[in-house]
Design a protein around this ligand. Structure first.
Ligand code: FNR
Length: 184
């Protein structure tokens, strides 16, 4: 069966740079894997009181079921105040519960941080890695995927230049090799 990799974009913004980066990465994955996007903006904030029989929001259940069908995840994160946006952290929290039924457990991850700033979302990238370590998600360490000054990188056509796409391809190839080793 074809293995599935889930893309999760931590920005809800229509013109999101992180979304653009994700769309560019999408085309670089080999046909041996299937890539799909998981929506996270519809998820109510995690509240343990709701995670009880008869009270679980349908959107949480749908998200958990869908996410469970993926074999690995690529997180595209902006940086909000030197950390991950709340919407992304919330999706991680929703997927991690109920206790003992985390949909993240053991699944290989890639973290790509993108920012209009020069630090390239380093703070968000590493805060996210802290959660993924706890969630037992083996995460690609090298090459690191920091996309800084993103608004200057894009060409007038709205696309990334060849050199940047080549860098994205290097990251994708390393992640796919890592993913294959861990899921085969
Ligand atoms: C930001 N931005 C930002 N950038 C950064 O490099 N470090 C930061 O800590 C922050 N903090 C921050 C907080 C909040 C609340 C907002 C809305 C924005 C700027 C951020 O990089 C920029 O808005 C990006 O364009 C967000 O990514 P998307 O939406 O384009 O994918």
């Amino acid at each position: 069966m074809t293995k599935k990799i889930g893309f999760i974009v931590g920005s809800l913004r229509e013109g999101s740079y992180n979304k653009k980066v994700a769309q560019t990465f999408e085309n670089l994955f080999p046909e041996t894997v299937e890539v799909g996007y998981l929506e996270i903006g519809q998820l109510p904030f995690y509240n343990e009181d709701l995670d009880t029989e008869g009270n679980v929001p349908q959107t949480w259940t749908d998200f958990r079921n869908e996410a469970a069908s993926y074999d690995g995840f690529v997180f595209f994160t902006p940086e909000y105040n030197r950390s991950v946006p709340a919407v992304l952290k919330n999706a991680i929290d929703v997927g991690s519960r109920p206790y003992g039924a985390s949909i993240w457990d053991g699944k290989p991850a890639l973290v790509v941080s993108t920012s209009i700033g020069a630090i390239a979302g380093f703070g968000a990238n590493h805060h996210l890695r802290q959660s993924l370590a706890f969630l037992n998600m083996p995460t690609l360490q090298q090459p690191e995927a920091y996309i800084g000054n993103v608004s200057n990188l894009l060409e007038e056509t709205g696309e990334f230049p060849e050199g940047t796409v080549g860098f994205f391809q290097t990251i994708t190839d390393a992640y796919v090799a890592f993913f294959n080793k861990l899921t085969n």
